[in-house]
Design a binder for this molecule. Structure first.
Ligand SMILES: Cc1cc2nc3c(=O)[nH]c(=O)nc-3n(C[C@H](O)[C@H](O)[C@H](O)COP(=O)(O)O)c2cc1C
Length: 245
């Protein structure tokens, strides 16, 4: 198999890192790789914040409740960012562009841009032999993260990413069968592959080396989604003047 494809398909999240900081050269290469991602209309509507202050890292760990937010080789926070574009314009254009910046389309565009950059960062990190874990858990208290990072209007934190030298080698997590994810020509509501996948996940969780359990995929996602989660995110996004039109 092609080496790049092999690396992509070998991904697994790493949640335990060696006590080693990654080098500035690695950080630069990761950021440049992130920046090489495609970006809607060349807007580059995202920012990446590297967390080097240990106290700040601790505070972000407290928000997430996950120790690997603090214990890693480097921590990034990926933000959707329409502020840079707004600020690059004279006042009269700013006033006109607000109709776009504040609508759902641009909220989506900036979160997509940030996510594509992040996935390139993840792949570049993994290509260097590093491990990564995305950290949506920073949205456990999105207002606190906003305050800690001094984010202006039109900038919202999407997720963090812990990067470092892996200190664990977890089994690869199975994915849904292709025929549930990939549809030809029209969306297929009938997805019999899910039942098969439920069995696959039961076998995966029973046989993996750590945190064994018996759980079907559909049961797992159902359990999670029954409880309201991060209900403050809607108001937070609106408070940053995004997705309000
Ligand atoms: C946007 C996003 C946010 C995530 N947030 C967290 C997180 O807060 N904590 C965590 O341990 N894993 C997090 N993950 C990792 C997922 O749990 C993981 O990718 C998924 O279970 C599949 O496992 P794998 O990455 O090992 O294949 C996140 C993944 C994504 C894409």
């Amino acid at each position: 198999m092609n080496e790049t494809i092999q690396q992509i398909q070998n991904h697994r999240s790493i949640r335990k890192f060696k006590n080693e900081e990654i080098t500035q050269k690695q950080i630069d290469e990761i950021i440049q790789s992130a920046q090489s991602a495609s970006t809607s209309s060349y807007y580059q509507a995202y920012s990446i914040i590297g967390i080097t202050d240990p106290e700040l890292k601790k505070a972000l760990r407290d928000v997430s409740g996950q120790q690997y937010v603090e214990n890693n080789g480097h921590l990034f926070v990926f933000c959707a960012d329409l502020n840079r574009i707004y600020n690059s314009q004279p006042k009269e254009i700013q006033e006109e562009m607000v109709v776009n910046l504040e609508n759902t389309e641009f909220f989506m565009m900036s979160t997509v841009d940030a996510s594509l950059a992040a996935q390139n960062a993840a792949l570049a990190s993994e290509a260097m032999g590093l491990g990564i874990c995305y950290l949506g858990s920073l949205r456990n208290n999105i207002n606190k993260v906003n305050e800690l990072l001094d984010l202006p209007k039109y900038v919202i934190p999407i997720f963090g990413m812990a990067i470092g030298v892996p200190d664990e080698s977890p089994e690869k997590k199975p994915r849904l069968p292709i025929d549930t994810i990939y549809h030809e020509n029209k969306y297929q509501l009938n997805q019999p592959g899910i039942e098969k996948f439920d069995q696959t996940t039961v076998e995966y969780y029973q046989s993996r080396s750590t945190n064994q359990k018996v759980e079907r995929w559909s049961e797992q996602v159902g359990k999670k989604l029954r409880k309201p989660m991060r209900m403050d995110v809607t108001d937070f996004v609106k408070s940053k003047n995004l997705n309000v039109r």
